[in-house]
Design a protein around this ligand. Structure first.
Ligand code: NAD
Length: 247
């Protein structure tokens, strides 16, 4: 599997799953744009790690929910690398709470970053990819978007929205040789899940047939495959990386 000659943009790549994806795509030979919202030092560390191994990478600050930020980010990617072949919509947040107590701002923040952000970035990427009749868009959803989860109605709505959105644009973009797929991780050990109370973590663990949490790398490997030309005949699919939580 090789990504030499490809350029990839990964949103929210300063840590966690996005960081693992950025490092793995670079290891496969891609030039990588590392998007971050605020963690500048972490993003530069990812870039340095890639450069130290002989790769090319650049860190780009942008809030994916902000359309002007996103337009400027895609401009910077084109300035730096001249093209874009792979977009990984990974940036995501959670603001958990039961429905009757959920604040409007928590609903809006999660939908804005997790769903509007995917729309903003996919639209910009599609404009570039359509001209070249080549591209891969990989959207990071969640098992929660398929099964739901009490206390995460905003997150589940956004993650389910990503699946419907991806299937719709997979159909739109298929005639232009652009493949759009979704990766739905289960419980992956990152900052996002480390914050959960021990009780919730244990409940999650009990639901995982493989009996352990996933690692960011285990999500990155399938993204690498979907970003490569080994997956040319796969589009509109949801691939679960969840230790068997969803069967
Ligand atoms: P994380 O909190 O460690 O990382 C999320 C990244 O997104 C951070 O770098 C953050 O700065 C960035 N980000 C947040 N808002 C942003 C914005 N508006 N613009 C640009 N970047 C922004 O989380 P993670 O666990 O690595 O999650 C990565 C993705 O995987 C998310 O979409 C998350 O919903 C999804 N996911 C995670 C798990 C899990 O168990 N960790 C499970 C299923 C899905």
């Amino acid at each position: 599997m090789e990504l030499k000659g490809s350029t990839a943009l990964i949103t929210g790549a300063s840590r966690g799953i996005g960081r693992a994806i950025a490092l793995y795509l670079a290891e496969l030979g891609a030039q990588v744009a590392v998007n971050y919202a605020s963690s500048e030092d972490d993003a530069h560390e990812v870039v340095e790690l890639i450069k130290n191994k002989g790769g090319r990478a650049v860190a780009i600050k942008a809030d994916v929910a902000d359309v002007q930020d996103v337009e400027s980010m895609f401009g910077k990617v084109l300035n730096e690398f001249g093209d874009l072949h792979i977009l990984v919509n990974n940036a995501g947040i959670n603001r958990d709470g039961l429905l009757i107590r959920m604040k409007q701002e928590d609903w809006d923040a999660v939908l804005d970053t997790n769903l509007r952000g995917v729309y903003n970035c996919s639209k910009e990427a599609a404009r570039i990819m359509i001209r070249k009749r080549r591209g891969k868009i990989i959207n990071i959803s969640s098992v929660v978007g398929v099964s739901g989860n009490a206390g995460q109605s905003n997150y589940a709505a956004a993650k389910a929205g990503i699946i419907g959105f991806s299937k719709a644009i997979a159909r739109e973009l298929a005639p232009r040789n652009i493949q759009v797929n979704v990766v739905a991780p289960g419980f992956i050990k990152t900052d996002m899940t480390d914050r959960l109370p021990e009780r919730v973590k244990q409940e999650m663990l009990n639901q995982i047939p493989l009996g352990r949490y996933g690692k960011p790398n285990e999500v990155a490997y399938i993204v690498g495959f979907l970003a490569s030309d080994k997956s040319q005949y796969i589009t509109g699919q949801v691939i679960h990386v969840d230790g068997g939580m969803i069967m």
